[in-house]
Design a protein around this ligand. Structure first.
Ligand code: SF4
Length: 215
């Protein structure tokens, strides 16, 4: 289904069926999060407003922030640091590494402020989106992508760095104007996938002016 159509359907569904009301368990307010196949998990509502995570100490010099409105991935890369970290902290990741939508994190771009002393440093405007997932994985519901894209488009002061092993999906969406899109090429077979997806010369005519990069 085209994403714009999926977006309309998602908005209609949201209007018809509001988000599950938070419940209370042992004094803790609980949210209901859902996986890609609809399985529900109770999740403690975080205290305070959602914000980006500062990547200081993560060894990422090209972006000062990460943002994970989706966590988990069904790919099985042996070298995956995200799976390792997620499983190490399983008590705060109820679904383990199964893809999970964190709707409570969608307000992070609006809530995060750049410290005054870093206002002129471009790396403090860059956000690595879904560093603990593949936002464009085949299993990711269209409505999840639409919701994340909506937020990026309504918060264009940030530069969003997107990375996937399924770059063909970029071609089915309207990319946020301030997004940089990339693909991971960790095996020879992914070269063809990247070439097919980016179409190299065709990208210059895309309206979103993305920066294509292979990492
Ligand atoms: S695609 Fe990325 S997030 Fe998914 S398993 Fe591979 S390294 Fe991990």
């Amino acid at each position: 289904m085209p994403l714009d159509q999926a977006d309309k359907q998602a908005q209609q569904r949201r209007r018809a069926m509001p988000e599950a009301a938070p419940s209370e368990k042992s004094g803790q307010v609980m949210l209901t999060l859902r996986t890609h196949d609809g399985t529900e998990y109770p999740y403690p509502r975080p205290e305070g407003k959602a914000t980006f995570n500062n990547t200081d100490g993560d060894g990422i010099s090209w972006a000062r922030w990460s943002w994970n409105p989706i966590t988990g991935c069904l790919h099985s890369c042996e070298y995956c640091y995200a799976r390792e970290i997620t499983m190490r902290f399983k008590q705060v990741n109820p679904a383990g590494f199964t893809p999970l939508f964190h709707h409570e994190r969608l307000s992070a771009p609006a809530n995060t402020k750049i410290p005054e002393q870093h206002r002129d440093d471009p790396s403090w405007r860059r956000v690595f989106v879904c560093s603990m997932a593949d936002l464009y994985g085949r299993w990711v519901p269209d409505v999840w992508i639409c919701e994340v894209h909506d937020v990026m488009m309504t918060n264009p002061d940030w530069e969003y760095l997107l990375l996937t092993k399924f770059p063909a999906r970029y071609n089915k969406v309207e990319l946020p104007p301030t997004a940089w899109v990339g693909t991971s090429v960790d095996e020879q077979k992914r070269v063809r996938i990247a070439e097919d997806a980016f179409g190299w010369c065709g990208w210059s005519s895309r309206p979103a002016k993305p920066g294509a990069a292979c990492i």
